[in-house]
Design a protein around this ligand. Structure first.
Ligand code: ATP
Length: 511
């Protein structure tokens, strides 16, 4: 999908009530979005798909809904107060703000693209006899680009690890990085910027400073003992949570990919120390299977982290090919015992588990899976939006926009349409059918415009089925049912609608 199609997707989301910019009447709020009537349905279905796969399908995973406000010491223990930073740099001429690491990564991508271009040119020149591998390893110009990219990547990772802001600035200067819009090279020093939002609570003593949680995980860690005791779960077991998280992202672009307020679906799996790598491999596979059930395999890949976070001993991203390239959709991290140990230390409460099989106490290790609900939403829509040429009622070519969303995730499952709006009998019957099936799944009743246009409206929001009430319905109690993707129509009995649609939209189909 190209940038143009991405723009189409953003405008489609607004036009059909999936996503609106927040506070639009006041010219919007950067990096914040509202989900409209169709958006909230799709989002709820995505959450249900995740919850069923994690909690319902595993008898050793239980749910939690912890508060957004938490004791400020939690963020000290977790390392977020000291280390949840991104390197920030301002351009003095354009007054625009950038992430220094992203500027450098973009430069590395350019070097690699130059190497690819050289290879492409050579492939054309040499034709069938071309040996790409050999060319990449021997052509001096290609080698120079690749070596420069690799050296820069290494230096970037090292500077980030050491928190060496001066070296990031030096890299920006040495690579002669310019501001993308103005070409200016007039940069400020690079400095660390903490991504947590803070607020004030009265009567808490101290200065009352609280943080809005930047991840849902800590609510799970500090409830570890409560949950383990009340559910009597034995290790290994998991705690799952869906909830809002807040990050003061330096640059919030790319629609709902990077927001300042977003939702996470996280699961922390508590395991015996020493077994974490087995569970890490297990969850990598499980989570990839969950994605593949609704996303083509070639648009998904794993990317190991080069630069491990302070708490992790292994980490991998599930990347999806968004309209702007392969980017992180989900993170799977082996978090060691870092969080539970830190909370034990700072709170003075031992957060351990007694393992009856080993007859010993230990601090469990944790493997976590963390997927952004909004990024999953963008993934589903990027896969689904299609403009296609189809024959119209007269058999001539016409374009239709269709959202090919998995039926289980589709916002509306079935539309009920009387053939004519000014025929009382048809309208009455259609209302009756609508009332009889709305108990089972979300339906829409629509009588406005010609039936062909109504089908197109339903296609555009991804409704898998449209049921039309016509004159024959009044005679023999049958309706036509039209399937979204094939546009095939069949006659079925009214009494069968609920069963046929329920089967098709059942979550079990993708679980
Ligand atoms: P990125 O590198 O893209 O900033 P991250 O590595 O900081 O992401 P994690 O801390 O691993 O992200 O968070 C887990 C998941 O939460 C991510 O995989 C992503 O789906 C989601 N997420 C993180 N930040 C945002 C954001 N600003 N907007 C929307 N979703 C986000």
């Amino acid at each position: 999908m190209s940038e143009d199609l991405f723009k189409r997707l953003v405008s489609h989301c607004k036009e059909y009530g999936f996503i609106y910019p927040s506070s639009e009447v006041y010219e919007g709020l950067n990096g914040v979005y509202d989900y409209g009537p169709m958006g909230v349905e799709l989002k709820n279905n995505i959450k249900e798909y995740w919850w069923k796969a994690m909690v319902q399908m595993h008898d050793n995973i239980v749910g939690l809904d912890s508060a957004i406000f938490m004791h400020p010491k939690i963020w000290k223990a977790s390392g977020h107060v000291d280390a949840f930073n991104d390197p920030l740099v301002d351009n003095k001429d354009s007054k625009k703000r950038f992430r220094a690491d992203v500027l450098i990564e973009t430069e590395i991508d350019k070097m690699l693209a130059k190497a690819d271009k050289e290879v492409e040119k050579a492939a054309k020149r040499f034709g069938e006899t071309f040996d790409e591998k050999m060319y990449r390893e021997t052509n001096p110009r290609v080698m120079e680009y690749i070596q420069k990219a690799e050296a820069t990547e290494k230096r970037l990772a090292n500077a980030l690890k050491l928190g060496d802001m001066a070296d990031l600035k030096a890299l920006i200067e040495e690579l002669e990085i310019t501001e993308p819009d103005t070409g200016s090279r007039n940069w400020t020093e690079v400095r660390q910027f903490n991504l947590m939002f803070s607020t004030q609570m009265s009567n808490t003593g101290d200065d009352g400073k609280l943080y809005l949680r930047p991840e849902t995980a800590q609510g799970i860690f500090v409830n570890f003992l409560n949950v383990q005791k009340t559910t009597r779960q034995k290790i290994p077991f998991g705690i799952a949570q869906i909830g809002k998280a807040f990050r003061n992202e330096i640059v919030a672009r790319q629609f709902i990919f990077r927001m300042r307020e977003f939702e996470q679906m996280e699961m922390q799996y508590f395991v015996r120390p020493g077994t974490e790598m087995e569970w890490y491999a297990y969850w990598k596979e499980k989570r990839m299977a969950w994605h593949r059930a609704v996303t083509p395999a070639e648009k998904l890949r794993f990317k190991d982290h080069d630069n491990l976070a302070h708490y992790a001993n292994a980490a991998v991203d599930v990347q999806f090919e968004f309209p702007f390239g392969f980017k992180e959709l989900e993170g799977i991290h082996s978090r060691t015992d870092f969080d539970l140990s830190s909370h034990s230390e700072l709170s003075g409460k031992k957060m351990q588990y007694f393992d009856p099989e080993l007859n010993e106490h230990y601090t469990p290790y944790v493997v976590e899976t963390s997927v952004g609900c909004d990024r999953m939403f963008l993934t589903v829509l990027s896969n689904a939006l299609v403009d296609e040429t189809v024959p119209d009622a007269k058999g001539e070519d016409s374009t239709r926009t269709v959202l090919r969303i998995a039926p289980a995730l589709a916002p509306v499952k079935c539309a009920v349409l009387p053939l004519l709006r000014n025929n009382e009998e048809l309208v009455g019957k259609a209302r009756e059918v609508y009332d009889s099936i709305k108990l089972h799944f979300l339906c829409q009743y629509d009588e406005k415009d010609a039936v062909g246009r109504r089908y197109r409206r339903q296609d555009a929001i991804g409704t898998p089925y449209c049921v039309t009430i016509d004159h024959e319905t009044l005679e023999n109690g049958t309706v036509t049912i039209r399937e979204r993707d094939s546009m095939q129509q069949e006659r079925i009995a009214i009494a069968d609608i609920a069963r046929i649609v329920s089967e098709k939209v059942d979550m079990a189909k993708i679980l």
